[in-house]
Write a protein that binds this ligand. Structure first.
Ligand SMILES: *Cc1c(COP(=O)(O)O)cnc(C)c1O
Length: 390
């Protein structure tokens, strides 16, 4: 008899509920300021800086992570020039990285990532044949796995090419040692609902250089600094007070949210360790708590895992696909060999993750992985490949 089991979504974000927002919304009602770095946005920036152990003028909020990326690029590199038309981005990332550089006038140039770290290798980039045509380099923190500052600071100093780190999903990876990851090289975070710290839409730029943060704020606000003179390349990327309200409520509940994520991760680890699959499971704190990944041995195993999850009513996602060059709009961009991106892209499966993912769902995911990854000797012969006819 077939037992109906509930479908498990790959992601089920949980942001502060209406009750927790209400005190902040009432403040907006009485203050009558709805945007333009109003009191709630400034308070959120200050509290985020405190959370990161940084001075208050080191954080500026934006309407989304993509806007924060654009602002950080404009603040450090400015728009593209004829001499330096390219922006080097990893092919293994979410489309927003390339979209942001191109909206600043650059042509995205796609580079491959390192097979262990899944990110750009600063040493390799420093020898890139087109380095003197690059206006900016945007290393990405894959699935939030933080990007070290020191090698990129060195790269920046040696090459003179500005660097902006797309750490969109890194909020909860950086939290434990912010001094290591937040320094001069500007870092961009996203507060999209699907990231672990969410405001619906939102993001920020963080740098220990207050002048860079100030220029980013200017880029987010029509190039205005203290007057209404548009003095630099800009757009409207400001965070609204309503989104700041969600951010403040999200910070109020952050410790509890992180604890819930930790409990889900621990349960995953217990289930997978019983089934000896733990070494191929990636989760918080190595990567952000909004993701849980399973690394398949090869494409065949990946196909088997996908089929098993589908059969079990379990959703999964290849978050970065097999590289930006597979996305229609970026398919004709100049690029290096993308062998690593193509290889890991099809093997790194995003599993269901949510702060309140229940035990039953986790057990089902683990059972599905176990069934799909048994040794080749135990695998049922596939139809058409079977040597015998019985
Ligand atoms: C989420 C994400 C972004 C974009 O952030 P938004 O807030 O959605 O604009 C950029 N880069 C990476 C790597 C992301 O994961």
């Amino acid at each position: 008899m077939e037992v109906k089991v509930p479908f498990v979504p790959v992601m089920r974000p949980k942001l502060p509920n209406a009750d927790r927002l209400l005190p902040y919304l009432r403040r907006i009602d009485s203050g009558r300021l709805y945007s333009n770095f109003g009191p709630l946005t400034v308070e959120l920036q200050n509290r985020l800086a405190l959370h990161f152990g940084m001075p208050p003028d080191c954080v500026v909020c934006a309407s989304c992570g993509t806007a924060a990326l654009m602002a950080a690029i404009l603040a450090t590199a400015g728009p593209a020039t004829r001499d330096r038309p390219y922006a080097l981005v990893p092919a293994f990332t979410f489309a927003a990285t390339a979209a942001a550089v191109e909206l600043c006038g650059y042509r995205a140039y796609l580079a491959d990532v390192d097979s262990d770290s899944w990110m750009l290798d600063p040493e390799r980039v420093s020898h890139h044949r087109l380095l003197d045509r690059m206006g900016v380099v945007v290393p990405v923190a894959p699935f939030g796995r933080p990007v070290a500052q020191a090698p990129w600071r060195t790269f920046r100093k040696r090459s003179g090419v500005p660097v902006v780190i797309d750490a969109a999903a890194s909020f909860d990876c950086i939290g434990s040692s912010p001094a290591q990851y937040f320094q001069e090289v500007p870092v961009v975070l996203s507060f999209h609902a699907t990231k672990s710290f969410g405001t619906g839409e939102g993001g920020c730029v963080v740098s220990s250089e207050a002048a860079v943060v100030n220029r980013a704020a200017q880029a987010l606000n029509f190039g205005f600094d203290t007057t209404r003179d548009s003095a630099s390349a800009s757009f409207n990327g400001k965070m609204s007070e309503y989104h700041a309200a969600i951010g403040l409520a999200e910070l109020d509940g952050w410790t509890a949210k992180q604890q819930s994520i930790l409990e889900v991760v621990q349960r995953y680890r217990r289930e997978l360790s019983d089934k000896t699959l733990l070494s191929r499971f990636f989760a918080w704190p190595d990567i952000s708590g909004c993701y849980a990944l399973f690394f398949c041995r090869d494409q065949t195993e990946s196909d088997d895992v996908q089929n098993e999850l589908l059969r079990g009513g379990i959703d999964f996602r290849f978050w970065y696909g097999s590289g930006l060059h597979q996305q229609t709009y970026f398919s004709n961009r100049e690029r290096d060999s993308l062998a690593v991106t193509e290889d890991i892209g099809g093997r790194l499966i995003g599993l269901p993750m949510a702060p309140d993912l229940d035990e039953e769902a986790i057990a089902r995911v683990a059972a599905g992985l176990c069934k799909a990854t048994v040794g080749p000797g135990l695998r049922r012969p596939r139809r058409g490949l079977s040597r015998s006819n019985d």
